[in-house]
Design a protein around this ligand. Structure first.
Ligand SMILES: [Mn+2]
Length: 364
């Protein structure tokens, strides 16, 4: 495991800041702060910020109680104690700035406090600056994403045989959580979906008392975090023989998913990939039932840049990581979704979940 290039990431941010014409950027969300420092801090109501300016040395403003975690980072740090005006400390670092980019995940209370100290600054959102940087992963991150996916691949393969007629979604969820725990994963990317039968028509169904019945499709969507990097995959299983319509819809989603993966390569736009995937489902007559975008970026956050959706004219670049997850949701009947995370390579993409079967599995 080579070391993450934190300082190089900060230098890249400074360069982009220069191109943007702004003077400073406030990095504040736990994920963004981690990306640039390697330290994960959930500061909640206490102000924590990494201030990066074009020329000056970056500086961290942090609650004193995190001193032990931050001393090793090697960045200039100003610590503050409960009762002090942290926004005033931060403002003092920005006296020369006219235009400041702000992490959009920063609690608005902190920004409002800072704005009172700096009434003449022009503020703008940091999504494009920070998101654009994080969406192209370096080699260290790609290895972490592969490692994280490898655990998920094992979990999904162990979980599938546990899905049986007569079991409730909630029972199955408990088994799924136990598999994650057995792998040593304590934090998941999101609350898993286990959706049986008609519940599968809701893309974010929360597992409940519904019982799996013969002829049900069961959608399983789960992911965990390893070394702070997320995984995310969806598979749809059939419990007993599916109907003709179920089988046809499954094949259509699979075809769309595979067409999406085949379309991913540098230079193609994200909107074009969404169009290709959507085109397959529309041609099959189910366009109205594909009710979400084709995919989302993944890394430290389970949903980050880039969005694989219509209107996103960004060209795909090597190192981008995102999901290809078409679904068809037939209200009152069933749903199908197949999702892999792909890493964009020089001439195509590598699916980190590709080893987990996508042909329809009929469970007993
Ligand atoms: Mn996903």
């Amino acid at each position: 495991m080579h070391n993450p290039p934190y300082l190089e990431r900060i230098r890249k941010l400074q360069k982009r800041l220069g191109q943007s014409g702004s003077d400073a950027v406030i990095v504040a969300s736990a994920a963004n702060f981690f990306y640039f420092t390697g330290v994960w801090i959930e500061a909640h109501e206490r102000l924590l910020a990494l201030v990066v300016q074009r020329e000056e040395t970056p500086v961290v403003i942090a609650p004193d109680l995190h001193r032990g975690e931050l001393d090793a980072v090697g960045l200039d740090t100003v610590y503050w104690r409960d009762g002090e005006d942290a926004a005033a400390l931060l403002a003092r670092k920005l006296t020369a700035a006219q235009s400041v980019v702000v992490d959009e995940e920063w609690p608005s209370g902190h920004l409002l406090g800072l704005m009172r100290h700096l009434p003449d600054v022009r503020w703008s959102g940091g999504a494009s600056l920070l998101g654009a940087l994080r969406q192209v992963k370096d080699g260290y991150e790609l290895d972490r994403i592969r490692d994280s996916a490898a655990v998920l691949n094992r979990v999904m393969e162990s979980f599938a045989p546990l899905i049986r007629e007569g079991r409730s979604e909630a029972e199955l969820l408990e088994e799924l959580l136990a598999l994650w725990k057995r792998e040593g994963i304590r934090e998941l990317s999101f609350d898993p979906t286990v959706a049986a039968g008609a519940n599968g028509a809701n893309p974010h169904h929360s597992p409940g008392a519904s019982i799996v019945r013969k002829g049900d499709f069961v959608i399983v969507d789960t992911g965990g975090k390893l070394n702070r990097y997320c995984s995310d995959m969806t598979r749809t299983f059939s419990v007993g023989e599916p109907s003709e319509e179920q089988r046809a819809v499954y094949e259509l989603v699979k075809e769309a998913h595979l067409a999406g993966i085949a379309a991913v390569r540098p230079g193609v736009t994200l909107s074009e990939v969404d169009g290709i995937v959507r085109g397959v489902i529309e041609a099959g007559g189910y366009g109205a039932y594909f009710i979400h975008r084709t995919g989302h970026g993944l890394g430290i956050d389970v949903h980050e840049e880039p969005a694989v959706q219509g209107g996103n004219a960004q060209p795909i670049e090597p190192g981008m990581v995102f999901s290809i997850e078409p679904g068809i949701y037939v209200p009152g009947k069933f749903g199908v979704r197949i999702e892999d995370i792909v890493i964009v390579t020089e001439d195509g993409c590598e699916s980190v979940n590709g080893s987990v079967a996508k042909d329809l599995i009929v469970l007993g």
